[in-house]
Write a protein that binds this ligand. Structure first.
Ligand code: SAH
Length: 216
């Protein structure tokens, strides 16, 4: 039903070369980008652009993140096999698939009902099995925590305090921080005292929104 032919595989290798040129070094992340058929995660109107290193619309006013950005966020998370990872913003599920390829156990939350339903139906067809949740990611998922890593894939006005609370000591939280434009921030949770907050440069994301939505 889903085709991934020589053409797509060739285009994917060009994309891999491009993200390496842009500075991605983690071999496992590069392998995951080289393996995952991004064209299958795209809206039919944009499939021909699947291997261009850009974000594209996926409906509900949201976007599939740029591959370089997905690779950059994943690299910052330093995923170890078996890590429990909470992802805020499932969207197309492409980033989710990258985390799963790296051997993480993924818990992913989406606030747009139709995107949640679509990802929940589609990812298992490619053999990807995260735990899907429909809800407001600001609140996290304390029942399944604490997590080794937390990834936010939308621009947040602040680091959500409830999420920091669901992170294990020594755990990483990666979040694009800011409203109009974002700075990639990695928070490293300390066992006692002050968490470390690192700045990893400028990026552009759709906003992290509160509550849930049922449009279309
Ligand atoms: N990483 C995904 C999606 C990126 S777009 C991909 O590459 O396809 C960010 C996603 O975060 C959107 O789907 C948006 O609906 C979702 N989102 C925004 N605020 C949220 C919140 N509070 N809780 C859960 N999901 C949220």
């Amino acid at each position: 039903m889903y085709s991934d032919g020589y053409r797509e595989q060739g285009l994917r290798q060009q994309l891999v070369s491009e993200i390496i040129k842009k500075g991605i070094k983690d071999k496992r992340v590069i392998e995951a980008i080289g393996k995952i058929p991004r064209h299958l995660f795209m809206d039919s109107a944009f499939v021909n652009f699947a291997y261009i290193d850009k974000a594209f619309p996926i409906g509900s006013g949201q976007t599939i993140s740029q591959p370089y950005t997905v690779a950059f966020q994943t690299e910052l998370l330093k995923i170890n096999k078996g890590d429990k990872v909470l992802e805020i913003g499932t969207g197309s599920g492409y980033q989710t698939a990258v985390l799963l390829e790296l051997g993480a156990k993924v818990f992913t939350i989406e606030r747009q009902r139709n995107l949640f339903l679509k990802a929940q139906r589609f990812l298992p067809q490619l053999g990807y099995h995260p735990q899907f949740f429909f809800g407001d990611g600001y609140l996290g998922k304390p029942t399944y925590g604490p997590y080794d890593k937390i990834l936010i894939t939308a621009g947040a006005p602040e680091i959500p305090p409830l999420l920091v609370r669901q992170l294990k000591p020594g755990g990483f939280l990666v979040v694009p921080l800011g409203e109009m434009s974002q700075t990639m921030v990695r928070l490293i949770k300390s066992d006692q005292g002050k968490d470390i907050i690192e700045d990893h440069g400028a990026f552009s994301f759709v906003p992290l929104l509160k509550g849930t939505a049922y449009d279309k």
